[in-house]
Design a protein around this ligand. Structure first.
Ligand code: KG4
Ligand code: ZN
Length: 366
């Protein structure tokens, strides 16, 4: 258990307790590193988006991502350690995203983290990327009251759309999620159909600002269905059919606005269902946390805030840099785990698939 900066060494053969945790994130196309002190204060953070490496292909190319992580990560880690004024010997642990994600990138980050931990004689923490997103709201100073468990997380990114009951470290229940595309993926695909660049979400939001959201009667997949699953492929197909027939410049904006409105309506409805499910299981739950790049969308954010208010929930969305992929959340998840006396062995392997239901839990309940 680590409390107030002291660490109990469970193995007995490690270097003395440190004062900071290094986080490493390489699961997709962001090469990120961060150093936090044991109270969760950010000492240094850096995110290198590989946007330029993948843009010519209109999406993330796994092999290019892995090679780019290999190229960027050592300098990125050296940079945050220097900025934080922290040497390996000062670390209390090294936390690296170990899954889920693209296997090449996971191998780079996880093995780099293990090497650093082994060399410095420090604990290694294998972090589940989804748990890192889930625990971000508990970073000190981010949420009024500190986001006590349990709370509801809606993770809306390019790779994930999930509603998760966050009940404790290592204790998360998936209430629902997409049955096809992730929300961000749907934005990206529709943006492509409308001739916008990649990633398409921000460009589509800008175009939608000039359009009429009621111009096209698009479907609202899953709307009012029981549970809180999402589906976006039918909506995307509907847009594709309209776009294929050819649309004028103004109609393009109308189509973007109509698509965004359809997604927003569905999100608000799914959030309402997820909150009802959450309250049924955890009557004291009162917080909806929204994370992932799609949370940057003002219309969606506004709709989710309203949906939360209607259910008597508070809504928080971490600032965008902590909402999209970053290493601060990885280091923080590491700190939460260290505080509970948890760490991982050097035999832990990166996992492209790693459901939240398969996490290590503290032996003493949190
Ligand atoms: O969480 P994130 O930064 O990265 C990963 O998914 O790894 O999410 C990126 C996704 C992309 O699909 C992007 O198009 C979408 O979030 N996104 C948006 C907006 N900003 C980013 N979607 C809708 N509206 C936005 N303003
Ligand atoms: Zn992510």
């Amino acid at each position: 258990m680590v409390a107030g900066g002291t660490e109990t060494d469970r193995t007995g053969d490690r270097a003395p307790a440190g004062r900071a945790v290094l986080g490493i994130e390489t699961s997709c196309d962001e090469t990120a590193a961060a150093v936090l002190d044991l109270d969760g204060r950010i000492l240094a953070e850096a995110v290198l988006s590989q946007f330029a490496d993948h843009a010519p292909y209109g999406g993330v190319v796994p092999e290019i991502a892995a090679r780019a992580h290999l190229r960027y990560l050592p300098a990125q880690v050296a940079h945050v350690m220097d900025t934080a004024g922290v040497a390996p010997v000062d670390l209390a642990g090294v936390a690296a995203t170990t899954g889920p994600g693209l296997i090449g990138g996971l191998i780079v980050g996880c093995q780099f983290g293990k090497g650093l931990a082994l060399g410095a004689g420090k604990p290694f923490l294998a972090i589940n990327h989804l748990e890192a997103h889930a625990l971000t709201a508990r970073l000190p100073g981010l949420t009024e009251g500190g986001a006590p468990f349990p709370y509801l997380l809606m993770l809306l990114s390019g790779g994930h759309s999930q509603c998760i009951a966050v009940r404790g470290v290592g204790d998360h229940v998936r209430l629902g999620g997409t049955v096809d595309d992730a929300a961000g993926e749907a934005f990206d695909k529709v943006a492509k159909l409308l001739g916008l660049g990649w990633p398409g979400g921000p460009a589509l939001e800008r175009l939608a600002a000039d359009g009429d959201p009621n111009a096209f009667p698009l479907p609202r997949p899953m709307h009012r269905r029981p549970g809180c699953d999402f589906s976006f492929s039918g909506l995307k197909t509907a847009v594709a059919q309209i776009a294929a027939a050819g649309v004028s410049e103004q109609r393009r904006a109308d189509l973007a606005a109509s698509f965004q409105r359809a997604v927003t309506d569905v999100m608000a409805d799914r959030a309402a269902h997820a909150m009802a499910m959450m309250r049924e299981r955890h009557p004291n739950a009162r917080l909806l946390v929204v994370a992932g790049g799609v949370a940057a969308n003002v219309a969606i954010r506004t709709a989710l805030t309203r949906a939360a208010e209607a259910q008597g929930f508070g809504m928080v969305a971490p600032p965008l840099r902590l909402c999209s992929d970053n290493a601060v959340m990885v280091a923080w998840a590491g700190i939460e785990r260290l505080r509970l006396g948890m760490s991982d062995g050097m035999d832990v392997a990166p996992r492209p698939r790693w459901p939240l239901t398969e996490l290590n839990r503290p032996t003493v309940p949190a």
